[in-house]
Structure formats: C-alpha cells, structure tokens
Write a protein that binds this ligand. Structure first.
Ligand code: ARG
Length: 562
C-alpha cells in the first residue's frame, strides 16, 4: 500500500495542490517521535498567505485522514502523521504475501529495451579479478532491469581485434600444436604470444603483420585458426559464466564490426567531421575540452573507438534501445565521453541514451594488478577457493545435508558476488583473500543463512493462514522495523536501477537479514496463540520471499538449507 499517496490524496482538496506534487513534498522524518511521514507547509504559506503552523493546524482540523493514520500532530510548520503499526503491518504483509517473489517488480520498463555491454572479455587472455566487477555488476543490472519490465539484451563485446592476433597466429604456425592448445586452453595461447614477443625476429614480425592482414581480408585459413582461438577462450570462460549463472544474448565483439566501420567513417567524412591531424584521422573535440577522438590510423585501419562507434549504430538499429549501458572501469571514462560526443555531433539525439557505468579499479592486497610481477589472481581460482571453503564449512556444520555440493557452490559464489557488490561501484577495491572469503558479518552467506532460517521456521510450523494473522501482535519495535524494511524494497530496487548501483540492494539485504534476526530473537513464533503465531509466520514468509528476490537480483542463489 502506498501510504504516501493515500495521505496526499486526502490532503489534495484542502491544500489545493495535486496529489502527485504533494507526494513529492511528503517527507520521512528523521526521528520516530516525529511520526512516520511529515508534510511541510512552508510552500503553501506563499500561496495561502498564512503562517505555516497555522496552515498545518487548519489542515489537521479539516482533512479526513485514511483510517491507517492513527494520529496527526502539528509541529512548527509540519504536519506529522503517525501510522497505526497494526494497519501498516496488515497492508504491507498482505501485499507481499500476494505478490510473493514478484514483490517490487514493475511494468516501468514495459516496451523498452536496454542493451547492457558487460564482462566484454579479451580473447586469448585469462580472466582475473579485474574482470569480476564488470561481470557481476553488469549481470546484476541486467537482472534489475528485467525485474522492472525492461527487455534486456546482454552483450559481451569481445576484445577480438588487434595486431596481437596476427602475432599469435604466426607463433602458432611456427611453434604451436593443436593438441597442446586443446589441452591447455588459453594458457597455451598466452605462452605462444609471450614466446613471440621474446624470440620473434624481423622476418617473423613481417609475417605476423601479414597474418593480421589475412584476418582482415577474411582469408579462410587465418579466419579458421582465429575462430578456433576464440572458441578456446570462450570455452575457458564458459566455466566461470556457468558458475556465476550468467548468459549473454550476443557475443558480437570488435571483429564483428570490421565491415561496419566504413559506413560510419563515410558518414563522418560527408558531415565534414573527420580531419587529418598528427598522422591520424580524428574528430576534433577541443571545444568540449577533450583531446581529439582518433578514428583511423594513417593506413586507414580502424581502432577501438571506431568499432565502438560502429557498435553503437548497430545496436541502435538492431535493438532500438531505450538505453545502452557500458559497464566498464573508469579508466575508459574519456574514451566513452569522446565516442558519445561524436554520436551527438553527428546529429543523433539518442546519443544521450548511451550511458557509461564506470566502476573502480581492483588492486590485489595493496598492490596494482600485474601479470608480469605475479600480482594477479585469476577469477576461476577465486570462485573455486570460495566453493572449497564453503564445502568445508557445510561438511563441518551440516554433514547430512542432501545436496552439499550444490549448496557449497551457492554459498561460495554468493560470498564472492556479495563482496564485490557491497561497496559503491566507483570506489577502488582492494582484493583480499580473507575478505572475499569471509562468511561472517555483512556477507552473502550471512544473508543466505537468514533465508534458511525463515525456511526452517516455516517448515516446522503448521500451515500458514494469513487470514488468521493478528496484526496487533506486530507492534513491537523489532517487528515494526522489519516491516518498514520490507515495505522499502520496491523503492530500493528503483533507486538501484536509477543510480546503476546494485550495492544499494546488497546493503539492503544485509539490513533485512539483521532485522529478521532481531525479530526472531525478540519474538517467539511456534507455540504462540494462533493469531500471534500466524502473524509472525506471515512476516517470516514475506521476509523469505524478499530475501530470495533481492539476492536473485544480485545474481546470488538462496538455498533453503545450508
Ligand atoms: N575489452 C575491453 C577491455 O577489456 C572492454 C570493452 C568494453 N566495451 C566496449 N564497448 N568498449 O578493456
């Protein structure tokens, strides 16, 4: 139930302001003693030419309030509303009970499409913890948008273009063998590349350039080998995506746009936007305090930005997106500002719908990530260690659990995702093994545990019958706080979507779990008189559903037992 709206509706006539505007003016007071909602009368003072406290008391005397308003108080220029906890509990819990795991979902995005470019890995490289955030953040934004009714297109914009692939092909032709690559996967490709950089002489360098040219020109042998390198990389990363339960609708990467850059470049030329400057073709952006956006090398070859431009046009044409999000670290802030600006200057108003969602850098136990110095942690290793640890704990605490392996996965993966999505996205994160694998305090397993607690209460109890619930039994502080927390969920989801900030949901999960635990320790459930027990069971069921939904939006499973 939307209390704010109903209060605004009641005030509408006497205040002489439309309910919609009133709703925006109604505040949630900072202190409980000031009520559950407050309406400041200061704005009305100018129109009505009366002092705010006087307006407040006139409104109080003349407006008939909905019956869930227990008391109205005038304080200074404010009208403070106190909601009956019983009515509030009834309204909130009935709504959640009916909606179940759909509570908080909406049709806001109906008929709208959002493209989300995330994870976007590079071919022939192994995923390390630097790729964790784009992957889980992007996946969560995809879940959140779907929940709000949007059509979501998840795109893995593969880094599969560049002269290094010519080198890799050349190295493979000289030193590689098929079985070795099949067996060792991406590692074998990396070894070939490293060896090339160490040992290749002038002749091989020339050959490598020729191989790259062959990829550009669609030479069958080059394309076959190159596609195979791609498959090898994708097969490696598929295990990670499987563990994280992530799927992409498109793997159209940079190479997909090789025949689509020309049209964009032609259009830029036709619009007189392309200039030759310092050995490259660029769009000058001095006016906007940005360095030029480089689009073609002197030999006419496209670069990263050209392919991103082509991709933006392709996506607009193919998906007619309402928004296109790029979940990429903030090091690429300038790149996206430039690309988006070029689209705008080309005269496309939808340039405003291209949104870079930046996030902070990852370091490793206080040091910058560096493959060369060995300061690197691979993503599959993180996930497996988390699962191993979860398995040990389950084995120790609940050796008779049926689906131990599945639970270990859910808990281990849950811990890592929760850890990554807990801080605001723009903050740089320092990866520490003991923090990522921490299962106590504000962590994924702690929230999952609260969910299992709800499940176990419901499993032990007689059948839930919401009609028998005595809502007056939910007037104690712990119950009120838990119910307020449940009530807030739909708004939490909207905030997270608007700010592209799943951490709002992560933190919410932690506080919901905490609130439930407090409720659970303060209140007896089983063995209470029927009405009281049913009311408490109902809160428990609603909490279970909201935790499950909220974790799901983060990409975390909620096991029933652990
Ligand atoms: N592969 C790139 C990298 O690892 C990220 C690509 C992001 N997406 C894009 N459309 N540019 O840095």
């Amino acid at each position: 139930m939307d209390f704010k709206k109903l209060i605004a509706d009641a005030l509408e006539e006497k205040a002489g302001i439309p309910s919609k505007e009133l709703q925006e003016m109604i505040e949630i007071p900072p202190k409980k003693e000031m009520g559950d909602f407050a309406f400041p009368c200061f704005k009305l003072a100018r129109v009505l030419r009366k002092a705010p406290p006087m307006i407040a008391s006139e409104l109080k005397d003349t407006v008939t309030m909905p019956d869930f308003v227990k008391q109205v108080q005038v304080e200074g220029g404010y009208l403070n509303f106190f909601i009956s906890p019983e009515k509030r509990a009834a309204a909130v819990l009935t709504e959640i009970n009916e909606a179940g795991e759909k509570y908080g979902a909406s049709s806001l995005g109906d008929g709208k499409t959002v493209c989300i470019d995330y994870s976007s890995i590079n071919i022939a490289k192994r995923c390390h913890i630097g790729h964790l955030t784009t992957t889980v953040l992007g996946a969560s934004l995809a879940n959140i948008h779907r929940f709000l009714g949007y059509e979501v297109v998840s795109i893995n914009h593969l880094g599969d273009w560049g002269t290094q692939f010519g080198k890799m092909l050349c190295a493979f032709k000289h030193w590689g063998n098929k079985e070795d690559v099949e067996a060792k996967g991406v590692n074998a490709l990396i070894e070939l590349y490293v060896r090339f950089e160490k040992e290749a002489d002038e002749d091989m360098q020339t050959e490598a350039r020729a191989w790259f040219k062959k990829i550009e020109d669609d030479d069958p042998e080059a394309i076959e080998l190159f596609s195979w390198f791609k498959d090898i990389t994708l097969k490696d990363v598929a295990e990670i995506y499987d563990l994280l339960n992530i799927k992409f609708d498109s793997y159209a990467g940079e190479s997909f746009y090789k025949d689509k850059c020309g049209a964009v470049v032609d259009e830029l030329k036709a619009k007189n936007m392309l200039e030759f400057s310092e050995g490259a073709y660029v769009v000058k952006l001095d006016e906007f305090d940005m360095p030029p956006c480089i689009l073609l090398k002197s030999d006419g070859a496209s670069i990263y930005a050209t392919r991103d431009l082509a991709a933006a046009f392709y996506r607009k044409k193919t998906y007619d997106f309402d928004k296109c999000l790029y979940v990429v670290a903030y090091q690429q802030n300038l790149h996206f500002k430039q690309v988006f600006k070029v689209v705008e200057l080309m005269g496309y108003p939808w340039a405003k719908d291209l949104v870079h969602v930046p996030f902070g850098m990852v370091s490793y136990e206080g040091q910058t990530l560096s493959t060369r110095k060995g300061h690197v942690v691979y993503l599959d290793e993180v996930l497996h260690r988390a699962i191993d640890k979860a398995r040990d704990i389950v084995e120790e605490k609940n050796p008779n659990l049926e689906n131990k392996e599945q639970v270990a996965k859910q808990v281990g993966i849950g811990a890592v995702i929760f850890y990554d999505l807990f801080s605001g996205k723009i903050k740089d994160v320092d990866f520490w093994w003991d923090r990522a694998l921490n299962f106590e305090g504000e962590t994924g397993p702690y929230v999952q545990y609260a969910h299992t607690r709800c499940c176990s209460v419901l499993a032990k109890a007689p059948e839930l019958d919401a009609n028998k619930a005595d809502f007056a039994a939910l007037s104690d502080d712990a119950s009120c706080e838990l119910i307020a927390c449940l009530e807030a969920f739909p708004q939490i989801v909207l905030d997270a979507a608007e700010k592209y900030e799943p951490s709002i949901i992560t933190r919410y999960c932690a506080s919901l779990a905490q609130n439930y635990n407090k409720f659970y320790f303060d209140n007896r459930i089983l063995g209470e008189e029927e009405g009281v027990m049913q009311a408490r069971l109902l809160v428990t069921k609603c909490t279970r559903d909201v935790i499950k939904t909220a974790l799901g939006l983060l990409g975390i499973d909620a096991p029933e037992k652990m």
